[in-house]
Design a binder for this molecule. Sequence first.
Ligand SMILES: [Zn+2]
Length: 451
Amino acid sequence: MIRKLFTAAIVSLCIIALAEGVAIGGGLIVLARESEGNGASSVKLGLVSGRLDLVRHDIEELESDKTALNAEYNTLLEEIIGPYSEIISMVEDIRGLSADELIPVYPMTRAELAVYLENDMAENYPPDEIAIDEKCLKALGLLNADASLSEILLGSSTDSYAGFYVPSENKLYIITEDNEVSWYEKYIFAHEYEHFLQDQNWGIDTTQDTFDEDNSDQYLAYTALVEGDSMLTETQFLVRLALYHNDDFVALQEEIANLDYSDSGYGYTMPDYWYDSMYFPYSTGMDFVGALKKNGGWEAVNNAFDAPPVSTEQIIHPEKYFGNDAPVELVKEDRSSSIGVGWALIDQDVLGELYTTYVLWTGNSTADAEDAAAGWDGDRVQFYEDESGDMVVLWESYWDTETDQDEFVDAVNNFLDDIGYYGTTNVADDGKVTVIYGQKEGVGVLATVLF
Ligand SMILES: [Zn+2]
């Protein structure tokens, strides 16, 4: 269910978070080289949108090999064979990865992009699937009753796209209105080129093909690894630019300061959780990849592509990834016959720690929701519908400790009180928490057959 939202928006069409940041809420990109006073300096990079903290990266570790790199980079600059070749060399050098083939780069105007996105949506996200997702998101309290999912999807302005890599096409698109390659476009390219390297070395598509289709949480965790790696790579790229070629860095800063996102359609129709979930792979994903790198260098990041994180819990708490805390997998059993005649299972998914947090935003403060979702140890949510269009939601979960379980039960009861559905909660002897709710008052009776 939810995975569709990500594949449509991010996995196959990789948006640059920084560009989104400019678009959303009219924030600004802060990109500055700062002196820390003691001879060290750091590059500050972030979004002033009220949603992301500034991300700081010390450049001390790079200072040591500055001389060697400087010589190498200057040689590369002299050997430019195309507008992106020096960026390719820099990114490959930063990541210690290479590709077997040349990257196919396709420039695309915004008008062409709009057509591309429309076709992509028509092909990969048909109206009947959108209709089911809309119902399920509403049943989770993630969309208002009168919201239209297709309107929200279409409302995503193309202004937020700066470039994207499409694994299934093996093509990289850079959004540009002219034939000049600006520093900003090169900077976007650095991020996207890392996606190409990921795909060349590990196969983004082939990796995702091994995932459970009814587990959005796993897809989202993988997206966070993919985007987090590209974000950390582009940050290191900026650091090197600032260190070795400050003139180019200043030119890039000026270009970014002059970007015009005044026509952006973001900020009007999207629900709060939507922004947060779009940022997640970039922001929390970068923290996760940063934790990997701190633990074992780029090699640890590379190893993670061989053994990807399986849940957003592992992204939010990297120690759970290091500690191999694998979630409980709940059975995908169709219980419609227990619910009654005329009921059908229309969709099911794993919400994971992240989406559990979003669901608990209804009826709880954001801080309480976050606390209650922590300690998640696996879940499955199923959506049943009858002929009249009434919904019943069956949500089962396991928790790390009894305290985590109690916190979740309290928070989910607040959610049920607030969302206006009839529902009930049960904790089984083995610790499984079952939440069942729906629009009809008699839904509680179902609990007797389903708990
Ligand atoms: Zn990306």
